[in-house]
Design a protein around this ligand. Sequence first.
Ligand code: ADP
Ligand code: MG
Length: 699
Amino acid sequence: MSSLLDHDVETLPGIGPRSAAILKSRGHESVGDLLWLLPKRYLDQRHPTPIHELEAGEYVVVEGRVRSARRFPRGRHMGFEVRIESELPVDSQEGYQEGYQELKLVWFRAVPGLTRRFEVGATVRVAGQVNDYRGVATIAHPETLAAESEGEIEPRYPDIPGLKRKSLRKAVRAAVDRAAHQVPDLIPEAQRVSRGLGRVGQALRSIHVPTDETVDAGPGAAHPAQQRLALEELVLWELALRMRRAKEPAGAARAFEADPHVSIARNAFAFDLTAAQLAAVDALGRSLNSEDPMRCLLQGDVGCGKTAVALVACAQVVAGGAQAAFLAPTELLAEQHAMSLRPVAERLGIRLGVFTGTLSKHERRSMLDRMSTGAVDLIVGTHALLSGDIRFSSLGLLVVDEQHRFGVAQRLVLGVRDARHQPHLLVMTATPIPRSLALVLYSGLDLVVIDAKPPGRLPPKTVRVTRRDRAKVYRQIERALEAGGRVFIVCPAISESDGIVGVDAVAAEMGSRFGEDVVGTIHGRLGGDERRTTMRAFADGDIKVLVGTTVVEVGVDVPSANLIVVEQADRFGLAQLHQLRGRVGRDGQRSACLLTHPVPLTPEAETRLQALCETDDGFKLAEADLALRGPGHLFGYRQSGASGLRFADLGDVALLSAASEIAGEILAEDPLLSRPENARAAAAVARWERFAAVREEAG
Ligand code: ADP
Ligand code: MG
């Protein structure tokens, strides 16, 4: 059946061959494609915003009387500046005193006809984004609106160069009228009915053809039609996640007996495992003792001791005669893990191998050899370990550290070459994820949580300091050093530029203050050898102040570190700051975290830094972060586009669980999405997979 959706965009009114080519170059090939080109906003001309109610950052329609207009020189051209004031009588304006009194409009280039349109005394109507420029509400290059369009709500589509705004609007409208009713639903009818959901086509129509209610329902995501699209998208996402799991090569894993090796491993550490760690060890032990390949996500706050738990799991597998691989996200971390695991491994008779990019050709060959012949039991390395030609003699367990994108880890498992068995997979998150979210995102996986930290830990005292107050920073460093500790200083960049503080400058500053020989630097531009030497010198105390970038972020473990200074902390995300803070206070000693920042802060940065000062609970911070920024950053996706999610806000847990349920029901009926009515879902999942692969490689 030929569908109107498949018709070429050129069949739409106002779209000739040239416009069609432009649309197609942007992926809008068919009438159906154009339906998914959604307005970025509505221009609501029914009630313009009064000037005293303007707020910086908003996109508004404003009406007013021209109070003054002047031209001013701007480079080789003339700019134009207009001030408009409200036409309303002052006493009818509630809140007039507090708000802006006038609005400045500026053009930095010559635009014909402006002087005529903006004559003093004339009533004008403009639209644009309001900025606060030194206390004055300002719109740069506003759009001038015709007075007769009063009362209209106009969908505004993203600008497409070469295409007239009006033609695009007309074409989309025609597409809606012709074909919106034909858009197939991903969610089967029975489920739509039982959940009281409308059709996707209907939702699309009400977004493109806004009514008073559409607009008054508030900004984007809150609107029912947006919610409907978001649900559609999340169902797709869930289907993709679940199918990815199902697509793993069939085959059994080896079962590994838990006792008595587990109890031996428990005694291999210099400390007693906490009750929370033991519970996790038991849960993993049971999963490993099964031929069902384990797919487990181990969650726990920074410093809760995930490494020890993972090592016990490795020991269980090695005791059963197989190998375990332990992957870290960076060379630095891999080396550190190797360093801290070595004594424990030795005690347990586990033969440890390290595989990183810094091995010489010869070392590399010999390590590959030992891996493939089984002459090494536990291999620590980076993800490079699973690339190319690497073979294990018998890999029983793959541990992936500091990774919350499960898809990444799953891909790694697919790269394992072991003909006989599937390895078990243990993924450890870098950052806690709110449980509600984790349950949905990782549905179908085992979720093990370590919910307590080793005893005797004092949470680092977290304090904010303005960037200017260096005396306070110096004082804290002195105090930390006097207590025999070590200090991390983290900067947002390696070299200073555009007001961003760099490692070089801060290292010089600290060197002149505390002595050059006790200050070291660490960042991604240094070679592996240099980094290793520096880290060791820092651990040994030859270096006492280590200035670096966020390479110290994940996992770095120097127990005597008792102070971390984060320069321009407002430039870091909440999860990242919590990770950084987790680098200190690991030894039960008193520790502190100083967050330097400029003033004033944006409200969002203010909330972030404040949250950090108030709690040391990573799960609580994760909830706060989710509320502040949505989960995109958790998965390394930027806000829009790249997330692959256009409509959905992963913070909406209720919507997520609905999507998860629906996806589960669809797959229960049709596990491979092979039925004709699920053809669209199958195609969409395939497309999503391709994008996801690209994103994950990029991330
Ligand atoms: P994370 O969960 O962040 O990866 P680590 O595994 O690096 O945490 O552990 C943090 C620190 O706590 C390490 O120095 C480790 O040796 C120590 N540690 C782990 N478990 C315990 C415990 N049960 N008692 C005391 N210290 C512990
Ligand atoms: Mg760790």
